[in-house]
Design a protein around this ligand. Structure first.
Ligand code: HEM
Ligand SMILES: *[C@@H]1O[C@H](CO)[C@@H](O)[C@H](O)[C@H]1NC(C)=O
Ligand SMILES: *[C@@H]1O[C@H](CO)[C@@H](O)[C@H](O)[C@H]1NC(C)=O
Length: 317
């Protein structure tokens, strides 16, 4: 019996390594975390996400971005989902929330999970699974993630200062991601999430006020015209904003990156080679992106009594 268990654990860790999970097991996180306690957790989240995206494909981008914002502030602990109260202004209400959407998809999955296995599946795990399922739905790589994240009890507007700004240059991006343990190459791979979705004019109009040699002049005209529609006018990051592909990197090579923080990855010699590589080889981008996303999902994860499983993803218990 014991031997069998040891063999199982061995097999499991081999599987985890094969899946590219970098640290073996981050203490409490495990691939099969809900195997006994809520065996259909993955399926419930996937069905919910697929249903929501079939209705509104643009939500794929929103769910991926939600996971990023969650992990970069206070770790992957669903702090992004907390609603403000009269005593506390939450992350979500920062100007840096920049049009985050898709909260109702997480609520929907959570409601079903609470019905099946009350108090078991954390909101942080739901966010991580939803992002993963959205990437696959949009044509991106498929991967397994370890689960067992606990939900945090802090969500403060002032913490959002720790998100990278769209005005960052490559060295600022490398520093910001380096603080969370990412290499420059992983930062470039993760930026490839901008193959999905849009940015609003407010996020890129600063680039249009003076001549910019790193910005294609026709593309600059397109953007100026778009901004004629106001700060909330939306421009896709690449030609296929609903498909997870490597067109984003090809756009950078044509000086048609949308944000300054996108184009700078190609402008800077240090990261240009990585951009070229991903633009030419989608399989390589998918491989690196998958690994980097699994890693992102383990940033400052809360375990045990450091967190809780929220009953309502918008409220601390
Ligand atoms: C490298 C530093 C990054 C910066 C400076 C940045 C900044 C931004 C900005 C300003 C927007 C547009 C928001 C708006 O105007 O409404 C955006 C959108 C987006 N970001 Fe990032 N981001 C970064 C990295 C990431 C990462 C690592 C991911 C995910 C792994 C990600 C996923 C997304 C997605 C999917 C969208 C589109 C959202 C939608 O269409 O609803 N970003 N990002
Ligand atoms: C984002 O923050 C603004 C306040 O800055 C708030 O009015 C808006 O409701 C927030 N958006 C979301 C989706 O929470
Ligand atoms: C990047 O931005 C920082 C802060 O504004 C600045 O000090 C640095 O010189 C910039 N680096 C490059 C290579 O432009």
């Amino acid at each position: 019996m014991l031997l069998k268990m040891i063999m199982m654990v061995n097999l499991l860790s081999m599987f985890i390594l094969a899946a590219g999970f970098p640290y073996g097991v981050v203490d409490g996180l495990r691939m099969d975390y809900y195997l006994m306690s809520c065996p259909f957790a993955e399926q419930i989240v996937k069905n919910t996400v697929n249903g929501a995206l079939d209705n509104d494909p643009a939500l794929a981008a929103a769910l991926v971005r939600m996971h990023f914002h969650d992990c970069f502030i206070e770790g992957c602990d669903a702090s992004i989902l907390i609603d403000s109260t009269k005593d506390n202004t939450a992350e979500k209400d920062s100007p840096g929330n920049l049009s985050l959407r898709g909260y109702e998809v997480i609520d929907d999955a959570k409601d079903q999970l609470e019905e099946q296995c009350p108090g078991i599946v954390s909101c942080a795990d739901i966010v991580a699974m939803a992002a993963r399922d959205a990437i696959f739905w949009a044509g991106g790589p498929v991967y397994d993630i370890p689960k067992g994240r606990k939900d945090g009890r802090r969500s403060k507007i002032e913490d959002t200062i720790n998100l990278p700004f769209p005005t960052f240059n490559t060295s600022e991006l490398i520093t910001a991601f380096g603080k969370r343990g990412f290499t420059a190459q992983e930062m470039v791979a993760l930026s490839g999430a901008h193959t999905l979705g849009v940015a609003r004019c407010a996020s890129f109009k600063g680039r249009l006020s003076s001549a910019d040699p790193t910005l294609d002049s026709d593309f600059a005209k397109t953007l100026s015209k778009k901004c004629g529609g106001g700060d909330n006018a939306e421009q896709p990051f690449d030609a296929t904003p609903r498909i997870f592909d490597n067109f984003y990197f090809n756009a950078l090579m044509r000086k048609s990156g949308l944000l300054f923080s996108d184009q700078t990855l190609y402008t800077t010699p240090r990261t240009r080679g990585v951009v070229n590589g991903y633009a030419m080889n989608q399989a390589m981008f998918f491989f690196d992106f998958r690994k980097a996303m699994i890693k992102m999902g383990t940033v400052d994860v809360k375990e045990g009594s450091k967190g809780e499983v929220r009953q309502d993803c918008r409220k601390i218990n």
